[in-house]
Write a protein that binds this ligand. Sequence first.
Ligand code: TYD
Length: 228
Amino acid sequence: MTETSGLFVTFEGGEGAGKSTQIRLLAEALRRRGHEVLVTREPGGSPGAEAVRHVLLSGAAEEFGTRMEAILFAAARADHVEEVIRPALAKGMIVLCDRFMDSSRVYQGVTGNLDADFIEALVRVAIDGTVPDRTVILDIPAEFGLARAKGRGEGQSIAPDRFEREKTETHEKRREAFLDIAAAEPERCVVIDALQAQEDIAAQILDCVEPLLERVPADRHAETEAAQ
Ligand code: TYD
């Protein structure tokens, strides 16, 4: 990120990889050090994008095809970047985002069978230069992730969303696709084994974000408090 003073970290991975828990833990650790942190998610994160989220996750757009869905994800992302992410970065905040452009590359591009050039064009328009500084990919074998995601819904009447409903094979393909992105962009992406203990995962995530913290302002008072 050259045009802003903040830090933009995205979290990617399959279903049930533990992204939300790890985002919460990282946000807490960074706030204890005096940083201003914004936690957000996709699809959604801004009023316009949240409206589109419902259409996508309910499956209402599924009958119109994967191209239509990909364009809707991009529309939601463009709004989210413009209304929420970029203004927060401009204020020097650390933005932690649950899924971002790599999810479109994987879900719509690879397993949605859309042309990579088409997806890249949509990504370019949607992010308009706001590339994540670091992307944490939580890697988990599909069968474990799906079992976890399913457990999450038990007793809470949470039905699997449009994308969770797909076959294990599809989820395994997504896992491979995230690993391919990480291999292609090693400077941005870090792969972390999501089968490890929660605290070990949290420590590794903090380690990979730490070198970037120098350039974001921290309130010294809060930093002193956290050290006590
Ligand atoms: P959600 O329940 O918010 O999150 P998660 O699975 O990360 O816990 O579901 C979001 C779903 O949307 C998820 O199945 C992945 C999918 N998705 C895409 O297909 N493309 C995208 O660009 C994004 C951001 C998400």
